[in-house]
Write a protein that binds this ligand. Sequence first.
Ligand SMILES: Nc1nc2c(c(=O)[nH]1)N[C@H]1C(S)=C(S)[C@@H](COP(=O)(O)O)O[C@H]1N2
Ligand SMILES: [Mo]
Length: 212
Amino acid sequence: MFNPIKRKAEEDKMRAAGRLPPGQSLTARFPVLHYGPVPPADLTNWDLKFWGLVDEPFSLNWQKFNQLPRTIIQMDLHCVTRWSVFDSIWEGVKLSTLIEYDLLKIKPEAAYVLQHAEYGYTTNLPLKVMLQENFLLATHLNGTPLTPEHGFPLRAVVGAIPDRDDLETPYLWKGAKWLRGLEFLSEDQMGFWEQAGYHNQGDVWLEQRTRI
Ligand SMILES: Nc1nc2c(c(=O)[nH]1)N[C@H]1C(S)=C(S)[C@@H](COP(=O)(O)O)O[C@H]1N2
Ligand SMILES: [Mo]
């Protein structure tokens, strides 16, 4: 859909439906955006680590991660650089699933989580946001495994579920591509873009782009 008239019509439709946050515009492509290079993926040595305020630090290898019960969610994604993608379909594992299956035992003092990705990218969210339905540890986008640029083998993704005003909805930078670890914390700790001046909460509806 590279037709600019169609693009505008789609955007107007999303705005009318209350799905276009302030200052955003609809993009017909699915842009790729990140800082630094795309890391190579080596599934034989890959793991996802959990540490900090957990009963026992542990990690899941690729095989174990893929044995977990999976969830599919459709979401609208909003990047702080003002593009929005609508109706993307994500498949993966909910953080709450790891708790339900007694794999992840979080200490009661834990209230924040720092996502750690390849090459040191980090981003932070309150634990309660990461337990919402609009946050997923995703392996698939629109029915196929993630491409390397979009985060293969695993990324966190956070987006808007239409008509779910009860869910806090941060901008897309708060989902780390090439995710390798989750650190559970009692105090909030800012990630890569947050330290660079992006808003700590980053609510798309409140247009919380930067702190300044
Ligand atoms: N590891 C890592 N994850 C990242 C980023 C990054 O630079 N490194 N950029 C974030 C930003 S700003 C956005 S908008 C989305 C973009 O996801 P996409 O490239 O799949 O569209 O990834 C987020 N996750
Ligand atoms: Mo972004």
